[in-house]
Design a protein around this ligand. Sequence first.
Ligand SMILES: *[C@@H]1O[C@H](CO)[C@@H](O)[C@H](O)[C@H]1NC(C)=O
Ligand SMILES: *[C@@H]1O[C@H](CO)[C@@H](O)[C@H](O)[C@H]1NC(C)=O
Ligand SMILES: *[C@@H]1O[C@H](CO)[C@@H](O)[C@H](O)[C@H]1NC(C)=O
Ligand SMILES: CC(=O)N[C@H]1CO[C@H](CO)[C@@H](O)[C@@H]1O
Length: 202
Amino acid sequence: MSDHQEHIVILPYLALGHMIPFIALAKKIQEKTNFKITIVSTPLNVKYLSSTIAKDSTNSNNISVVSLTYNSSEHCLPPNTENTESLPLKHMVTILNSTLSLKEPLKKLILEIIEKDGNPPLCIVSDTFMGFASEVARSCGTFNVSFTTAGAYGTAAYVSLWLNLPHLLAIDGVFKMPGFDDSCCFFSVEQLHPFMKLANGG
Ligand SMILES: *[C@@H]1O[C@H](CO)[C@@H](O)[C@H](O)[C@H]1NC(C)=O
Ligand SMILES: *[C@@H]1O[C@H](CO)[C@@H](O)[C@H](O)[C@H]1NC(C)=O
Ligand SMILES: *[C@@H]1O[C@H](CO)[C@@H](O)[C@H](O)[C@H]1NC(C)=O
Ligand SMILES: CC(=O)N[C@H]1CO[C@H](CO)[C@@H](O)[C@@H]1O
């Protein structure tokens, strides 16, 4: 039997409301498998993640938390603001955009893991907002799995909307959602976000 232990790298978005479900996910994976788990984030969020995970002594052993280089001041954000909770609403796009600066540090970390483990991690589980993780995963010989922290029903509706654009076939402002039960689920164009209303696949 090989003593190879699978390794999963987890990359939450820079928001506590996203980190909490990612910690829960890490613990679930830990409970069900013998995998090594590394959660990565920025320095201040790593403090939060480490102290939260350390409070649960049953599972801290195989969940490590690693910091990626990040400095909010370099992204037109106030100093030491590394999650959405520490910022006013007007900075939401800026912090989202600033996560692109984590791409190279993430890649460096994955390469270090490959060097140490002798294999790429099994996968990177990344927040939907961290789309760059898929390129990093691909370039390092592994793959990404997107994990969304929103409710399952809303997420399924959102994905179906963007993939299928069913509102373009609305009759009297009402449409059916592919993948949803036809007998119950009619949606109204009026319910859609303005961006979604404009979406036409172009
Ligand atoms: C961590 O992994 C080691 C090695 O695979 C295993 O023996 C140990 O039980 C795990 N620890 C926890 C707390 O699950
Ligand atoms: C972050 O960047 C600012 C501006 O470049 C610099 O003054 C500050 O020392 C940096 N902070 C850290 C922790 O490196
Ligand atoms: C996003 O970040 C890039 C640098 O990574 C910068 O050039 C660009 O202006 C930023 N865009 C916004 C909307 O903040
Ligand atoms: C397997 C998997 O979930 N791959 C995803 C990687 O990330 C891209 C972009 O976020 C998704 O489109 C893929 O589905």
